[in-house]
Write a protein that binds this ligand. Structure first.
Ligand SMILES: [Cu+2]
Length: 350
């Protein structure tokens, strides 16, 4: 039975425990006391702003550091392109809406105002089969004129250089998708360097009529971001966000054939490199026969290629740009290779 004296002792004990919990609990820190991870991130950002040597601080994102900032999973650019196939009526139709100054988290905790097609950098992957009509509706929700310039074979009137789409305006680009391969698209409004650099670019995949062997597919755009516009990039990225596939590795099955569509839209050479395997290289994707079996290939400005590969051993492997500064500043990620359904096919020869 509880006596009044016991109640008082019990109450005092509860109060003491609560006070102790308040002292121990990591309550909100004062602004002058950033956490270790915040301090590291601030140091990285300061280093990039000041253009200290590129390697300083960038390792903080590269490897596992407890407590460091990470991208939220919802922000990761999905590397899976639309599936191949035929449009029922032979027409592939897309709508691309341009917006300016869309907040874009280019590296964990570093947000820049981007210009976007449909809200993302890069814009969405467009896909058609050779011979189909590709129809793209461009809607300009920005404040300056924009266009879309497609690489490929098409009439001059569809080349997106002279006919500017004014703010609030729209336009339709329509042509037969040819040839098959990877064709960049980007804004060509002047100054084009600014419009591209702000994020107005993406990839068109044109499939050959006979198709390619079915595989796991990834679409990967290599680009960079110059935050202070001093002519020197501060972050490099697969699909628009530095280190996003390090925060959220891409899982592959051991032995699973993988086809990666790669495009370099930045004005420096890029060198896609796989660890732990080699790839069959199809320059521009315009041939059904690979030209080379390698693990590095320099893609110059606006160059692109299909890389086909697979992993024979499980584990975690880096995929990166072999320009080490680019890798250190974000152009890297992890493949996590697991024993999955494709494992049985792991040793059927290259
Ligand atoms: Cu533009």
């Amino acid at each position: 039975m509880r006596t009044p004296g016991r109640v008082v002792i019990f109450t005092l004990l509860v109060l003491a425990l609560a006070a102790g919990a308040l002292l121990v609990a990591p309550g909100p820190r004062a602004a002058s006391e950033p956490s270790a991870s915040e301090a590291r991130s601030a140091a990285v950002e300061a280093a990039h702003r000041a253009h200290l040597p590129a390697t300083r601080g960038s390792h903080l994102y590269q490897y596992e550091h407890p407590g460091r900032r990470r991208f939220e999973p919802a922000k990761v650019y999905d590397p899976t392109p639309p599936p191949p196939g035929r449009a029922p009526d032979g027409v592939r139709e897309y709508t691309l809406v341009i917006e300016e100054n869309v907040p874009h988290e280019v590296a964990p905790g570093v947000t820049v105002p981007a210009w976007t097609f449909n809200g993302t950098v890069p814009g969405p992957v467009l896909r058609a089969t050779e011979g189909e009509v590709l129809r793209v509706n461009l809607v300009n929700h920005g404040t300056v004129p924009h266009t879309i310039h497609f690489h490929g074979i098409h009439p001059a009137s569809m080349d997106g250089v002279f006919e500017l789409v004014p703010p609030g305006g729209s336009a339709i680009y329509e042509f037969v998708a040819q040839p098959y391969g990877i064709m960049p698209y980007h804004c060509h409004s002047m100054p084009t360097s600014q419009h591209i650099h702000n994020g107005l670019y993406g990839m068109v995949i044109i499939d050959p009529k006979q198709g390619r062997p079915p595989m796991r597919e990834l679409a990967m755009v290599m680009s960079a971001f110059d935050l202070d516009r001093d002519g020197e990039a501060d972050f490099y990225a697969w699909n628009g966000r530095a280190f996003q596939y390090a925060d959220h590795p891409i899982e592959l099955d051991r032995g699973e054939p993988v086809r990666m569509y790669v495009m370099n839209i930045f004005e420096e050479a890029m060198v896609p490199h796989m660890h732990g395997t080699l790839y069959h290289l199809y320059p521009s994707g315009t041939s059904l026969r690979p030209s080379e079996y390698t693990d590095v290939k320099t893609l110059s400005i606006a160059e692109r290629a299909i890389l086909e590969f697979r992993y024979d051993f499980p584990g975690t492997y880096m995929f990166q740009c072999h320009v080490t500064e680019h890798m250190e500043q974000g152009l890297m990620g992890w493949f996590r290779v697991v024993n999955g359904p494709a494992q049985a096919k792991a040793h059927t020869g290259h």
